[in-house]
Write a protein that binds this ligand. Structure first.
Ligand code: NAD
Length: 293
């Protein structure tokens, strides 16, 4: 499979598709945002103007979309993938959406004899650029094996979690619940350092070799807090979305997670303050504003 359709050329989709171009694949890209399509064109991809054209020209289609609404539209909408797809052209959604939506799309695909895999990714923009993402795929093993060579280009650690379509999403939501905690932890702990006039670079050097170390501390501090620049990255509103899905998953499984619930409320409040489009690391700035008594 050398002709790959890619729908959603944002912070993740653009570097993922660029990595595939570098590996010799022909990418047929589609995005509602013209700037995103121009960036793919610059990287050597072909741009088309509808989902139907993506399907027509591709042997396999990947999607990286920001919301349930966008995934519903692209897969289930009138001009969407399922109405245009043909058996033998697998559809792989790398977005993080609700487990229910994975199941809904999978059921419709089964009726139409289409192969579908829900394969969310982790590792952020840097992982997409370096082609080192972790992929957590749920769905038929046969489809997974068929698309594995392509997943191995975008990522380094590729897992087939289970035949259950939403199994990869479950793993991903657990991952992002932890990201939510780490980001909040870093945001508060560093206020104590500020209050005690510690040098944050020196603190990082010490904690990076201590148990306080985490990849999220490194990411949030080095790439955002230290630079005082919160261009995403991974926007705070996308993390809030994932925390909502994680809480729904807990509710659906009769699980009470009160600390996680207050974590979600924190991100929801910060998004309402207008920080949603910035990287999740911006939580540090909001906590900074509120923590001084
Ligand atoms: P993004 O908002 O940067 O990009 C999404 C792209 O999809 C945008 O270019 C947008 O124009 C396009 N789009 C939206 N609706 C569309 C439609 N109907 N048809 C065609 N294009 C459409 O988001 P992102 O950060 O790239 O994230 C994409 C997905 O990957 C999300 O589900 C997110 O949760 C997940 N994810 C993101 C990261 C990260 O670090 N950014 C990491 C892992 C997973």
């Amino acid at each position: 499979m050398k002709k790959i359709g890619f729908i959603g050329l944002g912070n993740m989709g653009l570097p993922m598709s660029t990595g595939l171009i570098k590996a010799g694949y022909h990418i047929i890209g589609y995005d509602l945002n013209e700037e995103a399509t121009l960036s793919l064109k610059k990287a050597g991809g072909e741009i088309v103007s509808s989902v139907a054209q993506v399907v027509k020209k591709s042997e396999l289609i990947l999607t990286s979309l920001p919301s349930v609404k966008a995934v519903e539209e692209v897969y289930l909408g009138e001009g969407g993938l399922i109405n245009n797809a043909n058996p033998g052209k697998p559809l792989v959604d790398t977005s993080t959406v609700s487990p229910e939506l994975n199941v809904e799309i999978s059921e419709v695909c089964k009726k139409r004899n289409l192969d579908f895999l829900a394969a969310p990714v982790s590792g952020g923009v840097i992982g997409a650029v370096n082609q080192t993402l972790t992929v957590m795929a749920g769905g038929p093993k046969q489809t997974y094996e068929q698309v594995l060579p392509v997943l191995q280009v975008v990522g380094e650690n590729i897992f087939h979690v289970d035949e259950q379509i939403d199994s990869g999403t479950t793993v991903k939501l657990i991952n992002n619940l932890l990201i939510g905690f780490y980001t909040a932890g870093v945001s508060e702990a560093l206020q104590l350092a500020n209050k005690k006039n510690l040098d944050l670079d020196e603190l990082f050097a010490m904690l990076n070799v201590s148990y306080g170390q985490s990849r999220i501390y490194e990411r949030n501090y080095k790439s955002f807090i230290a630079k005082d620049d919160y261009k995403p990255g991974f926007s705070l509103k996308l993390l809030r979305k994932d925390l909502e899905f994680a809480m729904e998953l807990a509710d659906d499984n009769q699980l009470d997670l009160p600390i996680s619930k207050s974590l979600l409320a924190l991100y929801q409040a910060v998004e309402q303050e207008g920080y949603g489009e910035q990287d999740m690391a911006v939580l540090y700035e909001q906590v900074k504003k509120q923590s001084n008594k």
